[in-house]
Design a protein around this ligand. Structure first.
Ligand SMILES: *Cc1c(COP(=O)(O)O)cnc(C)c1O
Length: 342
């Protein structure tokens, strides 16, 4: 297979149209067989449920080339599970068993020429999504849905090394208790746009959201979970019903325990105790871990001992081990690395 003529090392994180995408429609209570198509346009009624009441959910994962030349994805079974949980919460149909992974495989295989080569730092970002497609004007779930997968090659998240970022404690809330913060839905992002634009204008890279009820506990950022390292070397991540269960964060906890022999714990973390942490990072598919050097809490600065020059030592070990597992340099736990057979 001939790769596309793309300058892989200089790609950004933007949409580039590829040759194929996957489409399946839900109608009369069932999903059709689904197919790969070249048509990148979605034609909808002006009154489609997604346009009126934001009935849409999505996933994000990546396909990449391992050291020994295989095209793989990372734990897509967890994305499949999470998409169904998100869909169920918004009264959307779930996908039948096996459908998600089959569709991901078909889409990546069709676009294999767009999967960046090993060592380029670039990956093929895979975006599965589902939305209500028939006209809805009274407030109720749609009757018809479309499930699609698009892929787009994206550049290395960190160009020239991962520099720690500065974030702020936000005055906006991301998710309500018992709300939709624990599902991957566009609505959680729409309401975060004003907060992130405001934070950027003030010179911060991200927002730290607190729990909406008491504003004392750490939740997450707009699109990544927090991970902290305590001064005695324990890995801790916030536990909350209103944060998105990040697959990267869950994997890092297991890596900390099983590969690095560290204690790792998911528990409530107060903003107050953050000042005592040794390291802080943001975890998600895109960057794996972005180190945080400083948090601004209404003018009061929390500076982590790991500083503003590089990742903290434990964060670095976690990052190197998980990326090593993903790229095939370190043996993966059973089922973590899913090969796309061409
Ligand atoms: C997608 C997402 C994450 C990261 O999840 P991963 O499965 O690790 O990619 C974290 N928080 C939010 C709000 C997200 O939407």
């Amino acid at each position: 297979m001939e790769k596309k003529d793309i300058d892989w090392g200089n790609l950004g994180f933007g949409y580039i149209k590829t040759d194929y995408r996957y489409v399946s429609n839900f109608k009369d209570g069932k999903w059709d067989d689904g197919e790969i198509t070249t048509d990148d346009k979605v034609v909808l009624s002006e009154c489609a449920g997604v346009l009126q009441y934001a009935q849409t959910v999505f996933e994000g994962l990546k396909a990449y080339t391992t050291e020994d030349g295989r095209i793989v994805t990372f734990r897509p079974d967890l994305n499949a599970e999470r998409l169904n949980q998100s869909a169920a919460r918004l009264e959307m149909p779930t996908l039948p068993d096996g459908r998600f992974i089959d569709a991901v495989e078909k889409t990546i295989k069709a676009n294999a020429a767009f999967v960046p080569p090993y060592g380029s730092g670039a990956t093929l970002y895979v975006r599965p999504y589902m939305f209500g497609s028939n006209p809805v004007i009274g407030v109720k779930p749609a009757d018809e849905y479309q499930f699609r997968i698009l892929v787009t090659p994206v550049g290395p998240y960190f160009k020239g090394g991962a520099k720690p970022i500065v974030i702020k404690v936000s005055d906006f809330d991301r998710a309500a208790p018992h709300g939709t913060g624990n599902i991957k839905a566009g609505l959680n992002y729409a309401m975060s746009l004003h907060a992130i634009v405001t934070a950027h204008e003030e010179g911060f890279a991200e927002n730290m959201y607190l729990d909406a009820a008491t504003r004392t506990k750490v939740e997450e950022t707009g699109g990544a979970n927090f991970l902290f390292v305590t001064k005695d070397g324990k890995v801790v991540t916030p536990k909350s019903n209103s944060i998105l269960p990040s697959i990267t964060r869950r994997s890092l906890i297991q890596v900390a325990r099983d590969y690095l022999g560290l204690e790792a714990e998911e528990r409530e973390i107060t903003l107050e105790e953050v000042a005592d942490m040794a390291e802080c990072g943001l975890c998600g598919t895109a960057a794996v871990i972005s180190p945080v050097g400083k948090i601004n809490d209404h003018g009061k600065e929390i500076c982590f001992p790991s500083g503003m020059e590089e990742m903290g030592p434990v964060t670095k070990k976690l990052y190197d081990t998980l990326t090593g597992i993903q790229m095939g340099r370190i043996e993966a736990p059973e089922g973590w690395v899913h090969e796309i057979k061409l």
